[in-house]
Every structure is written in C-alpha cells, then in structure tokens.
Design a protein around this ligand. Sequence first.
Ligand code: PMV
Length: 327
Amino acid sequence: MKKATAVAPANIAFIKYWGKRDNQERLPLNDSFSMNLDGALTTTTVEFIENLQEDSVELVGGEFSDKEKQRIIRHMDRIREKAGTSMKAKIVTKNSFPKGAGSASSASGFAALTVAACGAWGLALSEKELTVLAREGSGSACRSIPNGFVWWHAASQSQESYAESLCPAQYWDLRDILVIVDDSMKQVATTDAMDQVKTSPFWEQRVEGITEKMKALFTALKEKNFPLLGEIIEEDCLNMHAVMMTQEPSVLYWNSHTMALMDAVYAWRKEGVPVYFTIDAGPNVHLIVEAGNVDDVIHKVKHLDPNFSIIHNTPHKGTTIIGEHLF
Ligand code: PMV
C-alpha cells in the first residue's frame, strides 16, 4: 500500500525569513532560525491510488480555497516528478490550531505533506533533501522538518538552501506563549507581500545585518543567555515589520491588541519579568519566556484581556511518520 501519515510542528522564527531571491524555487534573501512548536501540529495522510483521475484534498473541520488546493497539487507534482510517477493521491490533513491565525499553518502543512507523500511512495530522501523539497512548497516549511531549534540557510543554489537542527528540542526549555488576539484569516498572504520586499528602502540593510545577528544568536544559544536571545528576537521582529510597513503597498499586520501586548511586554520587563515578543505575518503575538516564568506571564495576559486565547508551546521535535492514518 502506498500510504503514509506524518505529523509536523509549526515553527516560530527568532530570526525571520522575509523576501525571496528566487520566486520559482523559493530561495530566501536571508538566513533564518526558528523553534518548533508542540502546540501547533498538522497531521497529513497521503495515499497514492492507481487509476485515480485527480488528487483529492481534504481539510478536516475546514475547507481549502481553490488557490490553496492548487498549491498543494503543484507540490504533489514536484514529488511525483522525483518519484517518476504520474499516480494521483488522496490527501487528508488536520490542524490542531486555527488556520491562517499567523501560527504558520503553511509551514507545518507543507512539512507534513512532503514527508507523508515521500513516505507513501517510499522515496528514500535524506532529511536535508526533504527540507529542500518542503521549501519549494512553502519557504518556512523547511524549518519544521529537523528537530528543535533549526537554521535555514540562504543560498543561490537550491540544494544549498536547506534547513538543519542546531540543537534538539530538549536543549533549552524555552516556551512560546502564543496569544491569539484575532483568529480570522490573515489579510495579505505572505507569498504576495514578500514579492514586494524590494520596494522597501530598508530591505538591503536588513539582509546585510543578518550575518551579525545570526552570530549573536549562536552565542546566546551556546551560553543559554536568555536576555541576549530575547533582545535579538524582538529586534529582528521589529526590523522585519519595519520592512513590511515600508513596502509599496504597505503591509501592516498589527492591530490595537497587538500593540497593547507589545506595550505590556515592555512594562512587564521593567517590573523584572524576562519576557520578549515576536510577531509573524498576522496580529497574534508570541511571548517567548523560559519555563519558570510561564505561569506568571499567562496570568498577566489573562488579566490584560480575558478574551485572548492562548496556545502554550514547548520546543518540539521535527516532522515524523506515524502509524495511525486519518483515513
Ligand atoms: O510561511 P511562509 O513561508 O509564507 O513565510 C512566512 C514568513 C514569516 O512567518 C513572516 C517569518 C518566518 O520566518 O517565519
């Protein structure tokens, strides 16, 4: 039977990917670095079925738009090309978190799809090759395949732009308290927004500064220096959003709740609580803390606004094949 199921985590970038040097292959302008999240998982089952006329794609408890379906089928075509087959497949996928909530559903989605489809066909690819393939589906998906804390290399050659684990999930008990201030679909898709990156007067400065930032991040990781790590995370988030906001047309993903939380983080730090924020392409805020401060920070968030929902994430392993299928 040509069937397999994979579970993939979403990831939160500490140093973010924004902008491509090549659209076709999704080669990024800059290196990025992320942590896998155990509270935001996608499970996908793929079965290649003889004589099936076309791929069937289903999202449990939701619906894919036609555009999303086409993107999934295009990714299946890449995998079929590698496998040397034209056989179509049935694909069923399930998220443990709201789609489009800025919690990287495309990252876990394309990581799970890549690993499940390759597993179903029996394609023996290395982890590095899987990350290159997942990257072509959705850039940040490559970072959801290796274990724990992951570095995605920017390069001009496809095979060199891969992701690898720098430390396993157990290395550092960091937490990501994801505060969902708005769970509607995001306004501007990252693929479209990224295409305009070079209209920002700041994009080149951003790219030029990344090597130094990565170096500082390696030091923070090696020393488990949380304040240093937090400063880098927050600085890079603001830097990326400055580029987004100054693009033509401008992309502003924040709303008033986002800013209230950012303000609160500054105030909590003044009170002596080591907590830092980061924000992806949406209004929701990721609060990064060490394990010992989780309860305090969750309490503070609930006090700020009891309507916010919270996903508490610990660092997670990468994408794995499991024996239990969705159909
Ligand atoms: O998920 P993608 O590949 O469309 O890119 C998302 C980019 C950000 O989430 C905004 C930053 C990042 O590195 O995750």
